[in-house]
Design a protein around this ligand. Structure first.
Ligand code: PLP
Length: 421
């Protein structure tokens, strides 16, 4: 605000009245993105037909045909033998830990940059999360930090494929076999993603997927555990269904619960799975185009997450862009607000897990965790620098990518309008 005198009275005006009209939409300018954004979720005739089929069958839950049908199709889609459908992608991670008999005293390595659920399930089973740093180039777990954090109590590594981009599955599978610790893939965001032509979820002993509303394959709420190990699949089916053992492998004791979902959800998933390849290909095409536009900017202040050349297909659930703080000299929140005003639904990404109030000072309050050697400065930096663009944008056309790029470029060009207010 500036104070100036006009016709004998004190007037209050904003800087734009002296220096010209503000350009940024957040300051009153015209939003740069004018095209309608693609809607999500997508549904059509196939969903209607299958939902009606379930409705009229009278079998809405246990005993229906669609859950087993989806499980079979999804398992093979992810290049695994078995899939167990469950209430959400949080409980599928917990099922994986319970199936591996991980519990009190055991340590599980997790990346610091992930959704809270990835680590919360470790507390849920009474084990100890050991939090390690990420590779700043793609925000995925850093295998060097994983190796440094392995102790005689380590039972598993949970690798998250952040934004749908596979973590380094060569190194992680090597570490898993060298140290005899289980690899669990949190593929909640990575349906259909591939590492060297093989789908994620098939590298670890278990993979875990989410079908929550925002996900690339969704039924509102849902999750799936995939595995090649039949005894794990049998255990998880029993765990999901009050402990009832129906499998062919030797029976294990299971303190069961109810993690079931309904036939209606399986109907939506079956219809959605038929669209997933086409959508994933479109996301890949658009995301690569946007990345190329950003890279063409001279000395670009927008650095898209690195896509490893071994990633043969990315899920692009999120498109991660780093805005280096030394270039911007602005709080990320303010840039995100400006982008949103331009019509780009960008979001700030994760904070480091232990920056959540749940974790702060939690030792001694029943939640025990530890930080791997060297801490997680890259995850903390990512929290200050990385923004996300959601998958639905990448279902648009190349003209939308150009508008998004233009909006990003505009916010950079007029960034001074974001200072001092
Ligand atoms: C990385 C990651 N793990 C786990 C989950 C949990 O999945 P759900 O929301 O289905 O419980 C999510 C969902 O957002 C996620 O992004």
């Amino acid at each position: 605000m500036l104070f100036f005198r006009g016709q004998g009275t004190i007037m209050i005006g904003v800087a734009k009245e002296l220096t010209g009209v503000a350009q940024l939409a957040v300051r009153g300018g015209q939003p740069r993105v004018s095209r309608p954004l693609p809607a999500w979720p997508v549904a059509g005739e196939a969903e209607r037909r299958l939902l009606l089929q379930v409705l009229e069958s009278g079998i809405w839950g246990l005993g229906g045909a669609l859950i087993p049908k989806f499980e079979e199709r999804f398992a093979s889609y992810q290049h695994t033998r078995f899939a167990v459908l469950a209430a959400n992608g949080t409980v599928t991670l917990e099922m994986a830990l319970r199936a591996l008999s991980i519990g009190p005293g055991d340590e599980v390595i997790v990346p610091a940059y992930t959704f809270i659920a990835t680590a919360a399930v470790i507390f849920q089973v009474g084990a100890i999360p050991v939090v390690v740093d990420i590779d700043p180039r793609d925000c995925n777990i850093d295998p060097v930090k994983v190796e440094a954090a392995i102790s005689e109590r380590t039972r598993a590594i949970i690798a998250v494929h952040v934004g749908g981009g596979p973590a380094d599955l060569d190194r992680l599978t090597q570490l898993s076999s060298r140290y005899g610790v289980a690899l669990i893939e949190d593929a909640a965001q990575a349906h259909g993603a591939e590492w060297r032509g093989r789908r994620v979820g098939s590298f670890g002993v278990c993979g875990s997927f989410s079908f929550q509303s925002s996900k690339n394959l969704t039924c509102g709420e849902g999750g799936a555990l995939v595995t090649n190990d039949e005894s794990i699949a049998d255990f998880c089916r029993a765990l999901r269904n009050a402990g009832r053992w129906t499998g062919r492998t030797p029976r294990r004791r299971v303190l069961g619960t109810d993690y079931r979902l309904t036939e209606f959800q399986a109907a939506l998933l079956l219809a959605g799975l038929d669209r997933l390849d086409e959508q994933t290909n479109r996301r890949n095409q658009n995301a690569l185009y946007l990345a190329s536009l950003l890279q063409q900017m001279p000395d670009s202040p927008f650095i898209p997450a690195l896509r490893d050349e071994r990633v043969t297909r990315h899920a692009y659930h999120l498109f991660l862009i780093r805005l280096p703080e030394e270039r911007w000299q602005l709080p990320l929140e303010r840039v995100v607000e400006a982008l949103q005003a331009e019509g780009v639904p960008a979001r700030r990404g994760y904070q480091a897990l232990y920056q959540d109030p749940l974790w702060i000072g939690s030792d001694g309050e029943g939640l025990t965790w530890r930080l791997g050697p060297g801490g997680a400065p890259e995850a903390e930096r990512a929290a200050r620098e990385v923004i996300w663009l959601p998958q639905r944008l990448f279902l648009g056309d190349s003209a939308l990518m150009e508008e998004i790029w233009a909006a990003l470029e505009k916010v950079w060009r007029y960034r001074d309008e974001l200072r001092g207010w």
